[in-house]
Design a protein around this ligand. Structure first.
Ligand code: NAP
Length: 285
């Protein structure tokens, strides 16, 4: 039976570290840290994410500034707000909650965020920095996965790592981070021919597909570290991952549950990125 990787406990530890460092900087340097969160429209899931981000800011001692804009906000109005926030010294990090309404070009908005305040690490400059290993921020979900793998004590060096999914926000950066830690990385996607065969070679398997319980125990090598990024709904509408936990935990050495695995890490890493941004803007190492 696999050991469960407790994402709630690891994320709480990350937030405690961030809160302690933020308190120290406030006392010793008078540094106040602020995150601006921009939401456009009335998407319920986005609303929940934004509220969770605000709560996390309070918990670590950051100021959060929320900008809730109407569904019919124009691209120009949103760009104007981003430009104001880029110049606002109280704001160390800017997060524009995605997805945006269809009439707004997400790329144009992401590209307008100052790379120094891009705490989601979606700006092309930050993406490029990840490629060459000279980054300040990592995208929050892959960064959270790396912390979860580290919490198992398993050394990535020389391990066969398989990432399923090649999205810009999860799969691709995930593969780069495993490569930087000296894993031998294979990236799989919807056109991969021999998915099960490849998965069975994986000492570390990261699954980011977006299909409920798609990967069952028959895809998993005995003793593997299995990280389930998926956030899906099962046939009863219950939250579940891309991995069929019940059969997978019989084969894996370590496994993340859904909920309570990767999910809580994403916000914790956002707090970490905001702290990093504030320190860099203040010229603190
Ligand atoms: P995405 O952009 O839809 O990408 C899904 C990837 O899975 C694509 O690369 C796709 O291949 C691949 N794929 C689809 N069907 C496949 C199949 N049958 N076999 C192999 N690969 C297949 O999704 P995403 O944004 O990366 O998110 C993935 C999952 O993670 C979702 O469930 C999402 O909700 C979740 N997520 C969770 C968090 C968190 O905080 N926990 C954060 C972000 C995302 P192609 O490229 O060939 O289409």
């Amino acid at each position: 039976m696999a050991q469960i990787i407790d994402g709630k406990a690891v994320s709480a530890a990350v937030k405690d570290e961030v809160a302690a460092e933020a308190a120290r900087l406030r006392e010793e340097r008078g540094l106040k840290i602020g995150l601006a969160v921009v939401i456009v429209g009335n998407d319920q899931a986005s609303r929940v994410y934004v509220n969770n981000k605000k709560k996390a800011c309070e918990a670590v001692g950051f100021q959060s500034y929320e900008y809730a804009m109407d569904e019919d906000t124009t691209q120009e109005q949103l760009l104007d707000l981003v430009n104001v926030l880029n110049r606002d010294d109280r704001v160390n990090g800017i997060l524009v909650q995605l997805p945006l309404p269809g009439h707004i070009d997400e790329k144009a908005i992401i590209n307008a965020i100052s790379p120094e305040k891009d705490v989601d690490a979606f700006h092309p400059e930050n993406v490029g920095r990840i490629m060459i290993g000279e980054y300040s921020f990592l995208p929050c979900t892959p960064a959270g996965v790396m912390r979860l793998i580290a919490s198992t004590g398993v050394d990535i060096t020389g391990k066969q790592c398989v990432v399923i999914g090649r999205s810009n926000i999860v799969g691709k950066p995930m593969a780069m981070l495993l490569l930087q830690k000296n894993g031998t990385v294979t990236i799989c996607h919807s056109r991969t021919q021999n998915l099960k065969e490849l998965c069975l070679t994986a000492d570390i398997l990261v699954v980011a597909i977006g299909r409920a319980k798609f990967i069952d125990g028959s895809y998993i090598k005995e003793g593997a570290v299995v990280i389930d990024v998926g956030m899906d709904r099962d046939e009863n509408g219950k939250l579940c991952g891309d991995v069929d936990f019940e059969s997978a935990e019989k084969k894996a050495g370590y496994i993340t549950p859904v909920p309570g695995g990767v999910g809580p890490m994403t916000i914790a890493m956002l707090m970490q990125n905001t702290l990093t941004a504030a320190k860099q803007q203040a010229g603190i190492e």
